[in-house]
Design a binder for this molecule. Structure first.
Ligand code: DGL
Length: 270
C-alpha cells in the first residue's frame, strides 16, 4: 500500500467533519476523501441493519477511491462493530476512540456523563469502557436524538438547540457530574452552548483529537504515513446537497483547499 494514497473518512453526515479537522491538523500532508451520508442522516434512530447497509455502500465507494485507511468518524457506526466490514476490504478500518481514558483523567469526582445517539447509548460501550477503567466511577448516560438532526440542518444556535440542551443535560446537573464525554461527532459543534449550560466546573471531552492520534499511529506502524511536506487536499462528498453543507462547513471548519461534491451512493455510476 502506498503512503501517497488518501485517507477515507466517513460519517452519517457533517459530524465527522469535526474528526476531519483534527486529522488535518495532526496529518497536514495527507490527502483526505470524506463521505457524509447527509441524504440519510441522522443514523441514530435507524435500525442497525440499515446502518450496516449504508456503511457497506460507503466502504465500496472507498474501494473505488483506493484509500489506504478508512476512518469511521461516527460513534453510531463504530459501536456496531467494524470487524464485520474489515474482511471485505484491503484497507484497514478504524473507528472512534471512546475518549474514556481522557474522561477518567479529567474527572476529579469520578461522576461522568456520556451523551450520544440512541444506538450509541443503547450499546453501552462508553459506559462499559469507563466502568472497566475506573470501577468506582459513576457513569450517567443520555441519548440526545434531537441534536444530530438540528446540527444537520445548521441549527447550531437558537431556541431549538438551547431547549434540546436543557431537555437532555439537566439530568447531569442534578447528578453533579464534573466531566461530560461527547460520544457523537456532531456534538463538538454545539460545545460552546453545552459548556454554557453545564458551567465552567464541567470539563467537556471530545475524542476527535485522540482518534486522530490513533490514526497517525496506525499509519506510522504500517509505514504508510505521508510526510512529503506538501499540504494535502480534501475531497468532501455528500449524498445530499453539497452546497447546503458548504454553507454550514464554512462556519465550523477551515474549508480552504476543500472541494465539496455530491455523490449518490445508490447510483450505478460508481
Ligand atoms: N455523528 C454520528 C455519531 O458520532 C451520528 C449522528 C447521527 O447520524 O445520528 O454518532
Amino acid at each position: 500500500m502506498k503512503s501517497s494514497l488518501p485517507i477515507g473518512i466517513f460519517d452519517s453526515g457533517i459530524g465527522g467533519l469535526s474528526v476531519y479537522s483534527q486529522i488535518k491538523k495532526i496529518l497536514p500532508n495527507e490527502d483526505i476523501i470524506y463521505f457524509g451520508d447527509t441524504a440519510r442522516a441522522p443514523y441514530g434512530p435507524r435500525y442497525p441493519w440499515e446502518i450496516r447497509e449504508f456503511v457497506n455502500q460507503m466502504l465500496s465507494f472507498f474501494d473505488h477511491c483506493n484509500v489506504k485507511i478508512a476512518v469511521s468518524a461516527c460513534n453510531t457506526i463504530t459501536v456496531l462493530g467494524l470487524e464485520e466490514f474489515q474482511k471485505n476490504h484491503d484497507f484497514k478500518i478504524v473507528g472512534m476512540s471512546t475518549g474514556a481514558q481522557q474522561a477518567i483523567a479529567a474527572s476529579t469526582n469520578k461522576r461522568i456523563g456520556v451523551i450520544g445517539t440512541e444506538v450509541t447509548i443503547q450499546s453501552g460501550m462508553h459506559h462499559k469502557t469507563l466502568s472497566a477503567l475506573k470501577p468506582e466511577s459513576k457513569v450517567y448516560t443520555q441519548a440526545c436524538p434531537k441534536f444530530a438532526s438540528l446540527i444537520e440542518q445548521g441549527k447550531l444556535t437558537g431556541i431549538e438547540i438551547e431547549d434540546a440542551i436543557a431537555e437532555y443535560l439537566t439530568l447531569f446537573r442534578k447528578e453533579k457530574i464534573d466531566t461530560l464525554l461527547l460520544a457523537c461527532t456532531h456534538y463538538p459543534y454545539i460545545n460552546g452552548l453545552i459548556k454554557a449550560f453545564m458551567g465552567d466546573q464541567v470539563r467537556v471531552i471530545d475524542p476527535a483529537e485522540d482518534t486522530a492520534r490513533q490514526i497517525r499511529n496506525v499509519l506510522s506502524n504500517a509505514e504508510i504515513l505521508n510526510d512529503n511536506g506538501k499540504t494535502g487536499k480534501g475531497r468532501l462528498y455528500f449524498s445530499g446537497k453539497a452546497q447546503q453543507v458548504r454553507r454550514i462547513a464554512d462556519n465550523i471548519m477551515d474549508t480552504s483547499g476543500c472541494l465539496f461534491l455530491e455523490r449518490n451512493l445508490r447510483s450505478s455510476s460508481m
